[in-house]
Design a protein around this ligand. Structure first.
Ligand SMILES: *Cc1c(COP(=O)(O)O)cnc(C)c1O
Length: 406
């Protein structure tokens, strides 16, 4: 784990806190841009909208993948162009469509939403240039679509295309697909990009004109378990570049977008907290930590899943559950001895378990522990109002070495 001295120092002032590493976030963004120069990258704000994190990412020239009016406004406040604020979410309220239609590129998520966007545009006397999210007839694992609450079924889209094109207040200029997150297999990602761009080609044939953009969604995974192998960006990037360049040779005016949240910040955040109590019960040692389920919920949810399915590999259900140990626990002091403990939180619920029967350096009240992989789907998912405890701070270690957000 990086920066143990800084974490220990910050722990003298804060009971529990997140620390995001600006240099690591910037390096992650630059690595994507360097190895996939044919793509524009959009930061998926829902993963971590902390203003310091957002500043750091947008300083690298990324756009935003927004899932609400408030997220669109983050992009607007950063002065992003309409094309670089893509608002994609199921069930956009009519008011949200009206509030964002001139600021963001709306991605219609259903045929009904296409009609509602056209209606709002017509009332405003404008022509909305939109994208549509499709639910394709392929999956990451092969052919054949499946029912989804997201997007318009590919077949329905082609069947309704003529009717949509007849709407005077709306033009379809882009395509959005997203069917899976957290993929570590580069062959699957590359095949997915191929499938997306082949579908984009069919859409362009049907439209008779090139699309302004194709947003290929997310998928880039990060290592969570110690046994996970990270994507080799040099190798993966060159394969992905091959696919994108072949498309660009035919359609040079169509911009290609990739969305990512966790690749940028997932591994660039830690969650640190204190030991508040320690006790034994019927032969088991419990270490009670501050703000766990209500501060960083993902490892607690993993324990909950493991409780119901102790054997095997339960299917991921992102962003709530990915694997059995989605965060590694580090003890921030040297200790000559180790012991097996169960790490729990200080909420009045027995479900507040972070790690069960783990061998760690011996812990005492006042010690600090830090969990990895706390940059994405961490603070945002945690029920911080539960028990009215003081929520953890969110801090950023700047590239200048200063701490922001304290
Ligand atoms: C959540 C989400 C993302 C971000 O996924 P990561 O795995 O964090 O990169 C991207 N696109 C869409 C449509 C999403 O819903």
């Amino acid at each position: 784990m990086n920066h143990p001295a800084i974490i220990s120092h910050l722990a003298t002032a804060h009971e529990s806190f997140y620390l995001y590493d600006a240099a690591q976030i910037a390096a992650n963004a630059q690595r994507l841009q360097r190895h996939m120069p044919s793509a524009h990258f959009l930061y998926s704000l829902k993963t971590n909208p902390n203003p310091h994190v957002v500043d750091c990412i947008l300083a690298q020239g990324l756009g935003v993948d927004a899932a609400s009016v408030n997220e669109v406004n983050i992009g607007v406040q950063h002065g992003l162009s309409k094309r670089n604020i893509q608002y994609s979410a199921p069930g956009k309220p009519l008011q949200a469509i009206a509030d964002t239609i001139t600021q963001a590129t709306l991605i219609a998520d259903s045929l009904g939403e296409v009609a509602r966007i056209a209606q709002v545009a017509s009332e405003k006397g404008i022509c909305a240039e939109i994208g549509v999210r499709l639910n394709p007839n392929f999956t990451f694992d092969g052919q054949g679509g499946s029912p989804s609450k997201f997007g318009i079924d590919e077949d329905d889209f082609f069947a309704q295309l003529a009717a949509m094109r007849a709407l005077p207040s709306l033009r379809i200029v882009g395509l959005h697909l997203h069917i899976r997150s957290q993929v570590l297999r580069q062959d699957l990602l590359v095949r997915y990009y191929q499938n997306v761009l082949a579908l984009a080609e069919r859409v362009q044939q049907a439209l008779g004109t090139p699309l302004a953009f194709v947003n290929m969604g997310a998928g880039l995974g990060i290592p969570y378990e110690p046994t996970d192998t990270p994507l080799d960006l040099a190798d993966f990037g060159s394969a992905a570049q091959g696919v994108m360049q072949a498309f660009a040779a035919q359609f040079p005016t169509t911009a290609l977008y990739i969305e990512t949240g966790r690749y940028l910040v997932g591994g660039a955040g830690i969650y640190a907290t204190h030991v508040l109590d320690k006790k034994t019960s019927h032969g088991k040692t419990f270490v009670i930590l501050a703000n766990t389920l209500n501060g960083f919920i993902r490892p607690c949810l993993a324990q909950l899943v493991a409780q119901y399915q102790p054997e095997g590999t339960p299917a991921p259900s992102e962003p709530l559950y990915i694997c059995k140990t989605p965060a590694q626990c580090h003890v921030l002091h040297e200790s000559a001895t180790q012991e097996t403990v169960t790490l729990v939180g200080n909420l009045c619920t027995a479900s507040d378990v972070v790690a069960k029967d783990v061998l760690l350096p011996t812990l005492a009240v006042g010690d600090v522990v830090a969990f990895t992989n706390a940059g994405s789907y961490a603070a945002v998912l945690s029920p911080m109002q539960f028990s009215s405890q003081t929520p953890p701070k969110e801090l950023l270690l700047g590239v200048d070495g200063k701490i922001y957000g304290g």
